[in-house]
Design a protein. Structure first.
Length: 593
């Protein structure tokens, strides 16, 4: 049973660290009080164990429940790290950061007292199975007995709560985002956490997430971008490549850890400790392969049983991949992450290859060593794979995503101009200002609140709104399964069978339906194969891509010629084709230089 004692929060005599306590105006607990409160640090009160020691549940006088972090006497975390953690967290106030209530420093004992988080840590919900030693079991339902009926009730309730609904996962991601943004930007200090992981995300009784464990955190100056540590004592699946290999840390190394955490929350799987293919890819590698194959939704935790919004899940996966990109300069800052999470119509950039690792063995990295001297260099593999250029039946395209052709020449996605109407189009990826070379729904814009490009059950490419009503379709009579739509480096968007031996056997292609641009390899005029008359038509105006009044057509009545039309009136003609040139156009002659 719990014991209670009075705490003299004003007395600091004879206790180490009183100067720090005075400076921070923190309550100082005596060791005897905490011993009684935790039932002599009983194993039945233990909440968790980490590299720096154990955390216990304790009850103070008046019934206040707290979490007591007792540092191991052989821990690497000494008075300096403890002082660092106290100084940092005592100055921070945010709803998504755990609150420090006080500390105790007596001889060899070093303890921190935190607010108690009823639902413990996030990793228990994502990955953990509760293992109970029946011999030492103390009922967590009533807090007193060893009644197995109470235990059964506890397990049943816990199994129910272990199912993190999608909205709850999304709220947890947003909460962690807010807490990390506060550390990096919104507090008076610029703080790098350096140890962000699922076990350091605590959950209160309402499942609100709170970032904890600031023992490794560092304060940066307002103009400081990066720092370096001489030694990384362990390798974790949350560690960025530049931190693991060279000891360099910054806000972007925290962003990498956040990205791993997001993918773990979406998938319910650990980054390390599980293999997904014969090559033993970790979660980041597995996610990237699914993204590349257009099957990212397969990553979502099966326990959700499809009870989630696809566009939200894909947005989170894409944000996670953006955060774990290998090069830190490619990763977004946390303010950008928050904007991407909360903006439904924001068009997210395509992620580049992540810094992910193959193999699951812990390693120690001496950052002061030369690169050639790394004994563990072969443990790390960075895989470079191109951005995705296809959609499939299981992998649609949402308004926050784009397709990029293999050589990154063209990009396909949703865009708007001066109003909320959305269009699906193709543009040159590297040319500014953006030049749109093709539009699908130029005369049928979709509302900006929702749009999805998908391959329907009929095998066609369909642009649908929130009610799954087709706004635009490739509209072909196809009976094939396993259809994919691909953006080519020519700018052609094609529909084909996934396993067709002839890669140019297109069932449908955007080149048959040009808008106002003639690209290389594109043809105008009547197609003998499809019977389609291919011609160009202007925009209505600079800000309205709808079909305009001018058209550019090949006339095949008689000898072929090209005419420019204004509505129904012919305003310019090339003259008939005479076998060598259009006769009505000035003949170009070679000049002597």
């Amino acid at each position: 049973m719990w014991s209670f004692v009075e705490i003299d929060r004003g007395s600091k005599e004879g206790i180490n660290g009183e100067t720090m306590m005075d400076e921070l105006d923190l309550p100082l607990f005596d060791f005897r009080t905490l011993t009684v409160a935790t039932n002599n640090f009983s194993s039945t009160n233990e909440l968790g164990e980490g590299g720096f020691g154990c955390v216990y549940k304790g009850m103070l006088h008046g019934g206040e429940v707290v979490a007591v972090k007792r540092l191991s006497r052989v821990s690497d975390q000494g008075i300096e790290e403890l002082t660092n953690e106290v100084r940092l967290i005592a100055k921070l106030q945010h709803r998504n950061l755990v609150r420090l209530l006080g500390c105790c420093i007596e001889v060899e004992e070093k303890l921190l007292i935190y607010e108690f988080m009823k639902n413990r840590s996030l990793d228990k919900f994502l990955f953990g199975k509760f293992i109970v030693n029946f011999g030492s079991f103390l009922c967590l339902t009533c807090g007193y007995c060893q009644n197995l009926a109470c235990f059964s009730k506890f397990v049943t309730e816990k199994e129910k709560s272990m199912e993190l609904r999608w909205q709850l996962r999304l709220d947890i991601i947003r909460g962690i985002t807010g807490g990390l943004l506060y550390l990096h930007q919104d507090s008076r200090l610029k703080i790098i956490h350096r140890d962000l992981k699922a076990s350091n995300i605590l959950l209160d009784e309402k499942m609100n997430p709170k970032i904890s464990d600031f023992g490794l955190a560092r304060i940066f100056g307002s103009d400081q971008i990066e720092a370096r540590t001489k030694k990384v004592n362990y390798f974790s699946g949350y560690m960025s490549p530049e931190y693991a290999m060279n000891g360099h840390f910054s806000t972007k190394s925290d962003v990498f850890s956040f990205g791993v955490l997001v993918l773990e929350i979406v998938s319910g799987q650990k980054n390390r400790g599980s293999s997904y293919t014969s090559s033993e890819l970790n979660l980041l590698g597995h996610t990237w392969m699914l993204w590349k194959e257009g099957k990212a939704l397969k990553l979502v935790d099966e326990s959700l049983r499809a009870k989630f919004l696809e566009e939200e899940a894909l947005r989170c996966i894409q944000i996670g991949l953006l955060c774990v990109q290998e090069h830190k300069e490619d990763r977004p800052c946390m303010s950008k992450v928050l904007w991407m999470l909360n903006s439904e119509i924001a068009q997210l950039p395509q992620p580049k290859y992540p810094g992910f690792f193959i193999g699951k063995r812990d390693m120690e990295v001496e950052s002061s060593c030369k690169q050639d001297d790394h004994a563990t260099i072969n443990e790390v593999t960075i895989t470079m794979i191109d951005a995705t250029d296809i959609i499939t039946v299981t992998q649609p395209l949402f308004i926050n995503q784009t397709l990029i052709s293999a050589r990154e020449v063209f990009e396909l996605g949703f865009f708007n101009l001066t109003n909320n109407d959305l269009y699906l189009g193709i543009w040159y990826r590297e040319i500014q200002p953006r030049t749109y070379v093709w539009l699908a729904n130029r005369d049928a814009p979709v509302d900006s609140s929702f749009a999805k490009l998908t391959i329907g059950k009929d095998g066609n490419i369909n642009l649908v709104d929130r009610s799954e009503t087709a706004i635009w379709s490739s509209n072909q009579s196809v009976s094939a399964t396993n259809m994919v739509a691909q953006l080519l480096d020519s700018g052609n968007f094609v529909l084909r069978r996934e396993n067709d031996g002839d890669p140019e056997n297109y069932i449908w292609q955007s080149f048959d339906y040009p808008t106002d641009n003639l690209l290389p390899e594109m043809k105008l005029g009547w197609s003998r194969k499809t019977g389609i008359n291919r011609f160009l038509r202007s925009w209505k105006s600079d800000n309205d891509p709808g079909s305009g009044d001018y058209s550019f057509k090949v006339d095949i009545d008689g000898l072929p010629e090209i005419n420019v039309w204004h509505k129904e009136r012919k305003v310019r003609r090339t003259g008939p084709w005479n076998g060598r040139r259009f006769s009505g156009m000035p003949q170009m002659k070679r000049a002597s230089m």
